[in-house]
Write a protein that binds this ligand. Structure first.
Ligand code: ADP
Length: 242
């Protein structure tokens, strides 16, 4: 019947997803070692033969180091992405106030460099994986700072209770996102904006979505080009007795 056919299709899809994830994990994991070699020999060339290089040589070496750094970021991102399910911690009550405080500290330099102003409502405790929720808040804040255009970032974080969930939102006054791009940005490796101006892996939002989904939540964006973006996600509220 139709129902059984659909179940089969879903099962096949799940299996192929699982295989794809295993592949992503194995590939990124196995790429770490040779990349470590490339990076350490580049550093060795820099320190031991740097003086012998002319201007061009120095520049080429710099390109190679930058390339290796970018690859490192991508591999780390892919590994983090494929580990969301397999290496996640069990859920416990997590105080989002503490999470935000820690993330602010991690982003201290970027906040100062850009003159970013971050204001926040009192944030609730939710049920989840502390480490992973930190990654979500950090990615969204980092993006809100990065994609701010010419004006200093003004960022507002809010929390609203909706039955058994909390809706957390991060609003910025940045460059915004075209309507037709708003779904795509959660895809793995999607990059919209000019690579020269914004460096990134395109993995951050995919990772956020994966983490939020592990928490039975949803993540979405509302945005108008030139008028800022609001990223919102839901997380399970802590039951009163927790
Ligand atoms: P990355 O920032 O590394 O490229 P992300 O997955 O975090 O990867 O974001 C994907 C894309 O979504 C970004 O390249 C950018 O084009 C867009 N984007 C994300 N956050 C914002 C934001 N706050 N304002 C405008 N564009 C954004």
């Amino acid at each position: 019947s139709y129902e059984i056919e659909r179940e089969h299709r879903e099962q096949a899809l799940e299996e192929s997803n699982a295989r794809l994830e295993q592949f992503a994990y194995a590939a990124s994991h196995d790429l770490q070692e040779p990349l470590r070699m490339v990076s350490s020999y580049l550093r060795l060339i820099e320190s031991q033969y740097g003086d012998a290089l002319d201007g061009d040589g120095e520049e080429f070496l710099e390109f190679a180091v930058d390339g290796a750094d970018r690859m490192r970021e991508m591999i780390d991102g892919l590994l983090a992405y494929s580990r969301v399910e397999t290496r996640g911690d069990p859920f416990e009550p997590v105080d989002l106030e503490t999470v935000l405080e820690d993330v602010r500290q991690d982003l201290q330099l970027q906040i100062e460099d850009t003159n970013a102003e971050i204001t926040a409502a009192t944030l609730p405790r939710v049920k989840g994986d502390d480490n992973q929720l930190r990654q979500v808040v950090q990615n969204l804040l980092e993006n809100a700072i990065t994609y701010s255009g010419d004006s200093a970032p003004r960022i507002r974080i809010d929390a609203n209770r909706r039955k058994q969930k909390w809706v957390i939102s991060v609003r910025d006054n940045g460059i915004g996102i075209e309507p037709e791009e708003q779904d795509r940005i959660f895809d793995i490796f999607d990059r919209l904006h000019n690579r020269e101006e914004y460096e990134g892996t395109g993995l951050g939002l995919a990772l956020c979505q994966r983490i939020v989904e592990r928490h039975d939540g949803e993540i979405w964006v509302e945005s108008e080009p030139g008028n800022g973006s609001t990223f919102s996600f839901t997380l399970p509220a802590v039951a009163d007795r927790d």
